[in-house]
Structures are given as structure tokens and as C-alpha cells.
Design a protein around this ligand. Sequence first.
Ligand SMILES: Nc1ncnc2c1ncn2[C@@H]1O[C@H](COP(=O)(O)OP(=O)(O)OP(=O)(O)O)[C@@H](O)[C@H]1O
Ligand SMILES: [Zn+2]
Ligand SMILES: [Zn+2]
Length: 782
Amino acid sequence: MDEHLKDRITVGMRVVVPFGKGNRLIQGFVVRIFDNAKYQGELKKIISVIDLAPVLNEECLKMAEWMARDTFSFRISCMQAMLPSAMRAQYQKKLVLLSKDVNGDVKTFFSGENEKDFDEQKIPTKILGQLIKARQQNKVEIRYLVKDRARVKKVNVIKSVLTSAGIERERAALRANADNLKRLLNFLESHSQKMISQLQVEKETGLASGVFQTAEKKGWLVRKKIEQYRDPREHLAVKRTVPKKLTFQQNHAVEAVVKEAKNENATVFLLQGVTGSGKTEVYLQVIANVLMNKKTALMLVPEIALTPQMVERVTSRFGKKVALLHSGLSNGERFDEWRRIEKNEAQVVVGARSAIFAPLKNIGIIIIDEEHETSYKQDNMPRYHARDVAKWRAVYHHCPVLLGSATPSLESRARAQKGVYRWLHMDTRINKQPLPQVTVIDMRQEAHFSNNMIFSKTMIASIQQTLQRNEQIILMLNRRGYSSFMMCRDCGFVLKCPNCDISLTLHMDTHSMKCHYCGHEEPIPHVCPSCNGKRIRYYGTGTQQVEAELQKIFNKARILRMDVDTTRRKGAHTQILNKFGRHEADILLGTQMIAKGLDYPNVTLVGVLNADTALGMADFRASEKTFQLLTQVSGRAGRADKKGEVIIQTYNPDHYAIRLAKEQNYEFFFRKEMSIRHQGVYPPYYYTVQITASSRDEGQAAKKMYQIYGEIKKHLSSKAVILGPTPQAVARINNRYFYQIIVKYKRENEMFAYLDDVLHKSQKDERNGIKIMIDREPLSFV
Ligand SMILES: Nc1ncnc2c1ncn2[C@@H]1O[C@H](COP(=O)(O)OP(=O)(O)OP(=O)(O)O)[C@@H](O)[C@H]1O
Ligand SMILES: [Zn+2]
Ligand SMILES: [Zn+2]
């Protein structure tokens, strides 16, 4: 470190350092400062310090250390995950041509320019080889640019400095045709001595920004730039609400949690409350209590952009104290919210998974709503589960954790059973209404009598009646696994992805065939690529197709469609849901994204068009997911004073997940599923870890996996079970082949040391083209 950096640098700051053999520049974090380091190897100099103040505090640094060990991740990945993406540096590589004396391939690559962006992955091997050679001959150089994308947003404000006499004087001195300046003077006359945003004045007066510059020169006003937060709440209609009078069960729950918060105990609660039992009000009142005691509150909700209702409920109770953190925000907005939290300007944080790292101090409660949601687990490094991070932070802050759900994950419910978590339950709906009546339709029978494969007769009749009563309907199409594909009727040809072992999915919005794994896209074929036949059939049911069908049957009904296609634009979710909330539509048709959290009093019919998709998959959590999804979506009906009805269409009416979802009996389901997991040696009876090796060379991936298999066996007791090595269900993705093993275990300390070793050697493997992944408690085995 250079002398001049000594006073500037503290633990928790980001720095730019040279790394590895090529001394490429990367962003690093200062985790410790030594006066005289004992390190034997070559010490490199810090190039520059990015921050003026630490961005990671002591808690974060400790948390990163724990998380790296717990999730088999690199510590730097953990630290980066804690910062808003705008603060993660972007590195751009550029190739610079130093000599004209280079061969043809290199010349073509530079195509007459002196500098080119450089991405090894995108350059053909032959040219890459030539470039490397040229670099060795010092004819080409690689430069790294480290860019910090986080920017503070500044806006212009103006303030009039004219007295009324001054205004009169200036007005008299203006030329007759100086209309714009006159208009500005009039404005200033009625807005003296106030700081106003220039943009707002421009909007009100219709004046262009040049006029303000002229006025500044004339000495009428002062202009300056001030920092402004981007406000993600701008388009929310927020009315202040007051706490509701709690029901007996709600009150019991609030009191239990508040007591532990007061005593500063890191107790974990599982609040199991049926749909519509008023869990949100419990959260809000616990938060209010925590704030009263001068502490802060952290609340996670799944994919928050999908539940604008929840955001609205929290902001309308706590106003400006709330900060939002989720993927629906722009990078700039998220950065600004992060800074508001960091500066203690916001005391309540509502956000999706990564909000668990919000830099709140003095946390009094951590709440995780819909705790069973799989989106709380991140599926790339660091593969953390927000629930585990919540528990770690709770211990650090001495505060309770409140996990809430109508359908808890088996893991959490089992822990409540054992007394590891404290179990709270609310088993009646707020309105004292029974849970909605559920009818299951056997589509195998239906198929004999009708050629309508989408809607059963019962479904059509119920939709009809609900429309006649002027009430609203939610229809869910379970799209996962129901993918639309094309097949040739003459030769049976199915169009597949050239890079992956999977068929391409038909997308009507873009009129193309897409691969959901690697993003490959191509036009829809109109003749069979294999036999040139013209009899191509497009299979599967997309939401668009269902919408068209629905509109044909109920031509007067107003239908809103909510799926990935209609919600791509920012704010689109909110718009669609608000429209439905105002009863500007009768039917809300959508994918899984409509199953959770919605609370509309006028919805009395919920229809599930296909309940089965997950059941056929080789996933030990398939039944659990199906049960949860059906129970959640059923819970959208009859939440106020009107009675609700649910219709579920299925090809597996006898499956226990469907039978018990019909009864909405979580407890029966829990017992049944636990006994199946017990027999099958599955979680939550066993812990699991999945190790995957991938490579462009199938043999190499398999070989690596067999090597790990051979080694790991030596570190396991006879009680552990290993599945595999096997190729993954989709064995090839983006031209890489995947092999895996799964270890089921109870207590295996030696294995952890071994896996840590695998992780740290994986950087070397990666240089040889093999990627290793270690995933603790994977969401599925496929
Ligand atoms: N104490 C109360 N008095 C009156 N109304 C209440 C009370 N508590 C909650 N409610 C209302 O009851 C409805 C259902 O509550 P809420 O949406 O919190 O249920 P939930 O348990 O979160 O259900 P879900 O799991 O289905 O999302 C809401 O409209 C809410 O405003
Ligand atoms: Zn064909
Ligand atoms: Zn693909």
C-alpha cells in the first residue's frame, strides 16, 4: 500500500487491486489491515480506493465469513451479494492494437480501429489464438476498465432572489416581445424565496431550460444542483391506514412476538395461518411495536413486484419510514433506497430475497412472509437461503424472526413440531367465513364427452353464474411443464434447441421458437425441417390461447391476462392488478404469479385449469409444491363477506396432494408427506447436498464427477447415502454437459472439510473448462 493511502483506508471499503498472473484489475474489499504482514509471497499494491467510507460494516464482514463457509461460496461473492448491484463494479476488457505489423486474423478483428471490446467467450478459437500470440509479441495489449455504476442523482433547483420592487423594475426593462422572460417573472412573483425543482417549474410554465440560465445571468434567481433520491413509490396510491382491532388469535400472535422482541431473544416463530386469517395485520402491528421501541424492522416478501398490495399495505401504515428493495426497481432506485437505509432515514425495509442484507442497524424483528416460497433461495453463488441469513442476523441483533405462511415448508413445520421454532396458528378467516368450497374435476372423464380440452362443463357453468352475479373470477393456468412446442404430424419431428437437450417453446408474442435454458431463438418453421411436410401442429396451451378461447365463450366478459409476456414492462403488474381491483375487468387470467397474496373482496370464483404439471416430475418436492400452490390460489376466493368457490381441473384426481388440497387440510398433508419423506430418506429427515460438474466435453464432466464420488466416499460414514453420479435431467444446457451426485446425510463433519477443498480447487478446474457447483439443500434433485 502506498503511504498516501494509509490514512484513507479502513476495513469495509472497496479497492481496486491487481489479481492473478495477468494482473487484471478487480474490485476487492478491505477485510483486515496489517502493520507488518507475514505473508511470504509477493505482495501487490492497491491501485486505488473506491469508497470514501466503508460500504460493509462489521456485521456484514462477519456475516460474509459465516455465509461463505455455510454455503460453500467465495467470500467475495458473499460480500458482493450484500451490496446493491449498482455498486458492484463492472469490468470491461478492451484490446488495444500497439503495432501495425500483425497478421490477417488480428487485422480483421480490429477492423481498422485501434481499440475493441474483448470477450473471450465470443471470439472464435482460431482468432483468439492469434490474438494471444500477438499479445505475447507485445503487439496487442489488454486493458481493464473498472467502472462503478452507482451514481447519485442530482437535480436543478432554483430560488428567486428578486424583491417585489425588483420584479417591477425588471419587468419594465424587458423588451415587448420577451414573452418567456415575462412568464418567468410572473411565476417568480408568486413563488418568492422558495427552493423549487426546475423541472417542476418547467412543467408548470412550459418554459425551456435555457430561460432559467438567462434569468440566472440576469441575477433574478440562483440555481444549484442538489442530491435527490429516486422514489419507487411515486405511482403508488397511498392512503394512510390505522391499526385494525385485532382478533383474539391475531392478538395472541402479536403479543407472543412482541414479548420476545422486548426481551431481545432470537426466538424463531412459525405463524401458520390459513389464507385470509389476517397475517399481514399481525406483521404490521409487530413492526409498529418495534418502531416504538426505537428499533428497526426487516420484512421479506416473495418477488415483491408481484404483490403491490403488500407494498401498499406497509407503506400506507408507515409512510416515509419504509424503504423498498426489489428487482422491479431500477439500479438507481435501489441504490438510493439502500443509502436511505444506511443513513438511518428508513426504519422499515420491505423487499425480496436480497433485501435480507439491508444495512439496517438495531434490528428489532425480521419477518418472512410466505416462508415456503422457493424464491427465497438463490440459485447461483452464493446459494444462500434468506431464512438462514435471517436467523443469523437475528442472533447478531438479539431479535426474533417471524416466519409466516398458510402452507409452511415441511422443513419449518417439522421444526415447529420439535419445538425448535415456536408455533403460532390462526385457523379461522377474518370474516369467519369457511374456507371456500373446492370441487375437483376429473379431466380424463371430461375428455370423453367434450372436445374442449381447456374448460370443463362445470367450469364454464360456474364462470357463467359468477359473471351474472357481477362478481370476479381468478383463473390460473399452470404453465410450467405445459410448454408449447411444435411437432410434425407426418414424421413426428420436434424442433429442439441446437445447444441443449430440450425442445424449443413456441412464443406467439415474438413469433419465434425459444429455448428456456440458453435463450436460443429462431423463427417458427412452416414446413417440417425434417420431411418438408406442411402438416405441422402446435401443441400446448399458452395463456394467450386460453384467453382467446375464453373470450369466444364469454364474449362480453372483460378479461385481463397476466403472464411473463404482459408483465415485462416495469410497473405492468401493478397496473393490471389495480385495474382488476377497481373491477374494470371480470376475469383475471394468469400463471402462478396470481396465486399468492392477492386480496380482492369481490373475487368469489377461483379456477385452476391444470393442477398436475409439477406432479409428473422426478422432484421429491413436487407434491408439496402442488399442494401449496393449490391451497394458496384457492385462498383467493371468498375473502370478504361473499362466499367463495374453487374448481380444480386435473388428470390425477386421486393423488393425495390434490385430494388434501381440496380439503385444504394442511395438517393431514403434513403428516402424509412426512411419512413419505421418511420412507424415501428425504429432507427434512435428512440433509442434502448436490455437487455438479459441467463441461463442454461430456467425458470430462463425467470423469470429474466420478473422481469426486470416489473421494467423497472416503469422507463419509456408513449412514450417508450417495445418489449418482448421473447426468442431470436436462443433460446438456448451452452446450455444456452436467453430471451430479447427491449426498443425503445427518451429521458428516469430515465431508464439509472435503467440500471446502473442492470449492477452493474449483478455480483451477475452471481454467481447464470444468465448472463445479456445490448446492446445500437444493430445491430439487433434477
Ligand atoms: N383485525 C382485523 N379486522 C378486520 N379486518 C382485518 C383484520 N385483520 C385483517 N383484516 C383484513 O382481512 C383480509 C385478509 O387479511 P390478510 O390479507 O392479511 O390475510 P393473510 O393471512 O395474509 O392471507 P393470505 O395468506 O391468503 O395472503 C384483509 O383484507 C385484511 O385487511
Ligand atoms: Zn416431418
Ligand atoms: Zn438452449
